[in-house]
Ligand binder design. Structure first.
Ligand code: ADE
Length: 252
């Protein structure tokens, strides 16, 4: 059974690649795919690309060409939920597309053809991923500590919103979050790919889970916080979480 590990950016993938054994490199649809063994598990490592369409193409190649059995996304996100701070970790329970609007024909944010506004992640795989993150936070003894991160990073589980926009303004973040919250969709974090991968995985009935570390608060300092975080933290945390994920998967 092969697991695909998707990362949005090379910085997020580098820690994983460093541990890949029997690595084989292939190029499809202009993307590089790394097959090999990670902590004894068959994997394909890939970059999603930036934005929903790029991510959907990558996910489709992983499924159609590499026949992966599940997709796990590790990446970063901007925190928009109350109490979701830089360095916290979010495991998505479901996704929505905050820039999808076919109203009044369909409910706002709903992708026509799908049963609701929210695109669910796989409950079992997400629970295993949460357990892995919990174990990292509990056992690592400050592994995640860093000048950017709160002293005790927290795990949040819930709704994540994707859209083709990097949010760098507190007012824009509020304008995005508040109407969703009023409609009962309390968004924890924003990023640019997850909902597209969730949608493709629903189409193929393939288990999907996503973990996002909060790199910024999607506000006026996001453009400074994001690159700093990517450089100093992103590759280390992805490697650690994936290693723990495989350890938990082994015992289930
Ligand atoms: N990914 C990380 N930070 C983000 C932000 N502020 N907006 C969109 N995607 C992000």
């Amino acid at each position: 059974m092969t697991t695909a590990i998707l990362s949005a950016l090379p910085e997020e993938q580098s820690g994983l690649l460093a541990h890949l054994e029997q690595a084989r490199r292939g190029v499809h649809a202009g993307r590089v795919f790394w097959q090999g063994s990670l902590h004894g598990h068959s994997v394909v490592l890939a970059l999603s690309g930036i934005g929903k369409v790029a991510a959907a193409t990558t996910a489709t190649v992983l499924i159609e060409r590499f026949r992966v059995a599940r997709i796990v996304f590790t990446g970063v996100a901007g925190g928009v939920g109350d109490g979701v701070g830089v360095g916290d970790i979010v495991v998505a329970q479901d996704y929505l597309q905050h820039d999808m609007d076919v109203s009044p024909l369909f409910e706002r944010w709903r992708v026509p053809g799908y049963s609701g506004v929210r695109l669910p992640c796989d409950a079992r795989l997400s629970a295993i991923l949460s357990e892995a993150v919990d174990a990292c936070l509990a056992s690592a003894g400050g592994y995640f500590d860093h000048e950017f991160m709160s002293a005790s990073p927290r795990l949040h589980r819930g709704l994540v919103a994707s859209g083709d926009r990097f949010i760098t303004c507190a007012q824009v973040a509020r304008d995005l979050r508040d109407p969703l919250r009023a409609a009962g969709h309390d968004v924890l974090a924003v990023e640019m790919e997850g909902a597209a991968v969730a949608q493709v995985c629903l189409d193929y009935a393939l288990p999907f889970a996503a973990v996002r570390t909060i790199s910024d608060r999607a506000d006026d300092s996001a453009h400074v916080d994001f690159p700093c975080f990517m450089q100093k933290v992103a590759s280390r945390y992805a490697e650690r979480i994936v290693r723990e994920l495989f350890r938990v998967l082994q015992k289930t």
